[in-house]
Each structure stands twice: as C-alpha cells, then as structure tokens.
Design a protein around this ligand. Sequence first.
Ligand code: 4NP
Length: 160
Amino acid sequence: MHSPTRVMFFCLGNICRSPLAHGIFEDHIAQQQEEDRWHIESSGTSAYHVGEAPDPGSQRVATQHGIHIGAQRAQQLTTHHIETFDYLIAMSRSNLEAARKICPPEHEHKLLLVRDFEPTPHNADDVPDPWGHGDDAFEEVFSILSQCISPLYQHMTNDK
Ligand code: 4NP
C-alpha cells in the first residue's frame, strides 16, 4: 500500500478560504472511501490567525453543505511543509508568490493554483478573499472551490 498523498491547501490567514478547501476535499475523499490514501492539511502564508478556528462565515457555509470544519486550527505555512507535502494548493496568485519566496527551487513544481482546475470559463486567478464581507462572499468562495475540487482530485489521482 502506498503512503498517503499529502495535500496542503493554503491562503493568507488560514481562517476563510483554505479551511473550506480542506473541508470540501476531505468530504470528497470520504465519499470515495479513500480517507487512508490522503493526508490533508491547510495553512496560511501569514501568522495572523495561528491557533484560531475557521471564521464563522466559513463554518456557516460549510455546515449548510453538511461539512464540519470547526475542529480545524490555523497554522502558518513553512518551508518544512513544502518539503514534506506532495501538493500545495494556493487560493490566490499572491499566496502562491508568498509560498515561492520560502520554497526551495527543487520543490516549486508542487505549488499549484486552485482556480487552474476550475472547469467553467472564468477570468480570475484568485478565490476572492471573503474576510470581513458578508455571507454571500463565503457562499461564492464555497461555490468556486466546490467546482475545483473534483478536477484537482482527478489530477492528483492520475499522477499517483
Ligand atoms: P483567508 O482570509 O486568507 O481566506 O483566511 C483572510 C483572513 C485574515 C486576513 C486576510 C484574509 N487578515 O488580514 O487578517
């Protein structure tokens, strides 16, 4: 049996977007009954919210879709994470740039942008930052991410 594929979702604060990506991906692999084949975490490029639970807006929209993210706690993305995970998935171009700054060159190929996997046509690279915005902003983040997760899963499965 292969060791689990290690996937890190990351944004700026690790309280809004990447906890949702983390939860949606975990839900997807649970539906495939593949929990033991994947190790999933999320993090932020900043240390602003380390130790905090996801934002109430993210928890609310996740719960509305039957996904529990309330036990997650924010952590900061480190070079060690980049060295020890197989895929690190950025929520926005600026998050990707921040990760590149702490990424040894031989690991750069692991850094991916989540909206590159969105199947429907779109003009944006970034999952919009919903922090401090209303419920609609969190709903939009959920909707974008739920479109990206299955193609992303497929991409990583094909690589296995
Ligand atoms: P996230 O949202 O990166 O999706 O977790 C944010 C959370 C906090 C801040 C910015 C974005 N902040 O500036 O504290």
